[in-house]
Design a protein around this ligand. Structure first.
Ligand code: ADP
Ligand code: MG
Length: 697
């Protein structure tokens, strides 16, 4: 008897070797895995293309006609059989590489066939390599169904027999197995969901449009719902199980700073988020919060005030930044703002000298040190605090979830965690990436900021650009020029930067002009020196790579030039532009590109010129790139790979999933009620899944 647990090697057409390949390349071991391997696209098999109209080689299509000749071509590796296939509009080559004598035995001349596949374009000729070929009489019934699923087959799989048709036949064999619906009756009813068995059958073999859409809805919902349930449950459990440090008082440190040293009044948004966080931390709940605030919204000051609160209550606090430059800058800003106050603050990075490092370690353990600022170096096991109660992580997208967890281990009671990010994340993505965190938003910029005037210029307009830069420098302003060093290891890119430095030195010759240079492969000392010169206003131009993308704050710098801007992603462009517009002066951002732009590239540049709203930019970014590729998700990895739902499109389904998950967890936090037992079981499997998981168990 077939069941969802049956291994695929027991199916017809799957020998030991193929079974192994299915496991290795597609991660399909059991019938449940197979049923969970949904088609990634569909073609309408009731429609045929004309050969004379084949023009887009990238999609699956089908044509109908007959072979008029077969011929052998090439020798050795290039040996192939080529069939000339004809319909009423013209002819096209169908190609089989290798020794394929079966081809001429199987297919007859002058007999009608359907050729189905992805056409390939070589120079000006289109051909069909290794298509699927079917007899129209045999597929007649299926043709009437219209849509047919196409399965993703990785390139790494070198078995021509494992193709979309092969998978489809396997799925067809197991369609009858019984699949338990694990969703509670109440959820199914409330949303009018299709039963799981029917949804899965339909997703593989769509019969009619309406049913197909309902199947998609059901499976997308399930996927998002399990993720939300997992996140919501964790969030709830953490709050119950983990006591947080209690920050019960607002004391001398906070008050003194607030009343006497605060350089400017807080914005309403800053006040609000601090209130939100105090409420958590004051009650003994453990706080795990995402602070989203657009570039320049004043997150550093919020972090500082929170750390003072920790100090007021007798605890230590730390602030962790993704780069040494940024950590150093935070250290300087904060020591300056707190100067005169009886607080001990230290900076710990990879290049901190051994002697200083040892002192810091001692001070941390004795409790003499109040605030530690640094980079990943804070995560090392030798860094032990006396009583760490607050961790602020700046620009979190550079840190993985696992790294966050290591910080928690540094204290018996886990410290409160605030993750600050300037990469605005669309709500749907935030719910998925950070669904277990509470979210605060700094949605207001400090007063007096003028929008950054953003323009697009082509490479050949460089002379005009240089003149503009000279004028600005003459007014006492400073300028960033950024190169797209995307992979810092690439020699080619370094060359790019060096060429840039050369041409800039020619256009802005010393001693009249002075430049700083900054890139990831410089020694920390050199980096710091170059940065410092620019901060102090002793250099006019900062030629840099994206190392300055994150957080750098030099208010007098008012022009940002981005070279090869088409090579940057939107959120990166937004980050870079955020480096200017921080002072009172009118600021400018110039996006330099080549004349040839892809349509995506053009859209990015256009979006930047049109808006400065980080959330709007993030939405466009997600539409263009798909959620999996957004900045911030690559480095830390999407914690969940979505098989069918799409965060850019399925916001409404996601919201329903979230609401349902919230309601369910509120009603039954541990999913202990009998009507939730199947769901609890599926969720357990889901958490323990490898990378392919299934709704079916
Ligand atoms: P980000 O949120 O990008 O990290 P920063 O913390 O670097 O922003 O702050 C950007 C600039 O705004 C800094 O120069 C900071 O001193 C200034 N700033 C912060 N809060 C205020 C405020 N309430 N009023 C005026 N300026 C502020
Ligand atoms: Mg910042």
């Amino acid at each position: 008897m077939l069941s969802v647990h049956t291994e695929l090697k027991f199916l017809t057409g799957v020998g030991a070797a193929r079974a192994q390949k299915l496991i290795e390349h597609l991660r399909l071991r059991t019938v449940a895995d197979l049923l969970g391997y949904y088609p990634f696209r569909y073609i309408d098999r009731s429609k045929f293309h004309l050969i004379s109209e084949l023009n887009d080689p990238s999609t699956y299509i089908q044509i109908k006609g007959y072979f008029i000749a077969f011929r052998n071509e090439g020798a050795g590796k290039a040996k192939r059989i080529v069939g000339t296939f004809k319909d009423e509009s013209g002819t096209v080559d169908v190609i089989w590489f290798g020794n394929q004598s079966w081809v001429t035995e199987s297919y007859k001349l002058k007999k009608e066939y359907i050729v189905f596949g992805k056409p390939n374009q070589f120079k000006n000729t289109i051909s069909f390599p290794h298509p699927e070929i079917e007899d129209p009489l045999v597929v007649k019934s299926r043709l009437e169904q219209g849509l047919q699923g196409i399965y993703r087959i990785p390139d790494s799989l070198k078995d021509k027999a494992i193709n979309t048709r092969y998978i489809r036949n396997l799925v067809f064999q197991v369609l009858g197995v019984e699949i338990n619906d694990y969703l509670p009756e109440s959820v199914i009813k409330e949303l009018g969901l299709l039963p799981l068995q029917q949804a899965i059958r339909t997703i593989h073999f769509p019969s009619d449009d309406l049913l197909f859409r309902r199947a998609q809805f059901r499976l997308k919902f399930d996927e998002l719902f399990l993720i939300q349930l997992y996140l919501v449950q964790n969030k709830g459990l953490r709050k119950v199980e983990w006591k947080g440090h209690v920050f019960s008082v607002v004391g001398e440190y906070f008050n003194h700073f607030y009343n006497h040293l605060l350089p400017f009044p807080l914005t309403e948004a800053q006040k609000r988020v601090i209130r939100e966080m105090r409420k958590d931390m004051g009650t003994g709940k453990h706080m795990n919060r995402l602070l989203q605030g657009d570039v320049g919204s004043g997150k550093t000051l919020v972090a500082l005030l929170l750390m003072l609160l920790a100090n007021d209550n007798g605890f230590q606090a730390c602030l962790m930044a993704p780069t040494e430059i940024l950590a150093t800058q935070h250290y300087q800003t904060i020591t300056q703002m707190l100067s005169g106050m009886p607080l001990k603050i230290a900076l710990l990075t990879g290049s901190t000298r051994k002697k200083v490092r040892t002192e810091i370690h001692e001070d941390l353990q004795s409790g003499a040190l109040h605030i530690l600022i640094g980079t990943h170096a804070l995560l090392e096991d030798v860094v032990v605090f006396k009583n760490l109660a607050l961790v602020v992580i700046d620009e979190q997208h550079r840190f993985g979830v696992a790294q966050r967890a290591r910080l928690w281990a540094k204290s018996v009671i886990p410290p409160h965690v605030v993750v600050m990010t300037a990469t605005p994340i669309p709500r749907t993505l935030a719910l998925t990436l950070y669904g277990d965190l509470d979210i605060s938003v700094l949605d207001e910029l400090p007063p007096g900021r003028k929008p950054v005037v953003t323009t697009h210029m082509y490479d050949h307009q460089r002379l005009r650009l240089f003149k503009f830069l000279r004028d600005e420098i003459a007014k006492g302003r400073q300028v960033y020029i950024v190169y797209p060093l995307i992979k810092e290891s690439e020699k080619l890119d370094i060359k790019h930067l060096e060429d840039g430095i050369e041409s800039i030195t020619r256009a802005f010759p010393p001693p009249q002009y002075a430049s700083s240079v900054l890139h990831g492969q410089m020694k920390p000392d050199d980096k710091n020196r170059n940065m410092e010169l620019f901060v102090k206003g002793q250099t006019h131009i900062m030629v840099a790579t994206t190392v300055i993308e994150v957080g750098v704050n030099v208010p007098n710098a008012s022009v940002m030039v981005i070279e090869n801007a088409e090579r940057f992603g939107l959120s990166q462009l937004h980050q870079l532009r955020g480096r200017v517009g921080r002072g009172a002066e009118q600021s400018y951002c110039v996006l330099m590109t080549t004349v040839k732009l892809t349509s995506d590239g053009r859209k990015r540049i256009q979006t930047m010129c049109e808006t400065q709203d980080g959330f709007r930019i993030a939405e466009v970014d997600m539409q263009l790139r798909g959620p999996g590729d957004m900045d911030g998700t690559q480095q830390s990895g999407m914690p969940f790979d979505l098989k069918i739902a799409n965060l850019a499109e399925d916001g409404i389904i996601l919201q329903k999933a979230r609401d349902m998950a919230d309601a369910l967890v509120k009603d039954d936090p541990l999913l202990e009620k009998p009507e939730h037992s199947a769901l609890a079981e599926t969720l357990r499997n889901y958490k323990n899944r490898e990378s392919n998981w299934s709704l079916i168990s």
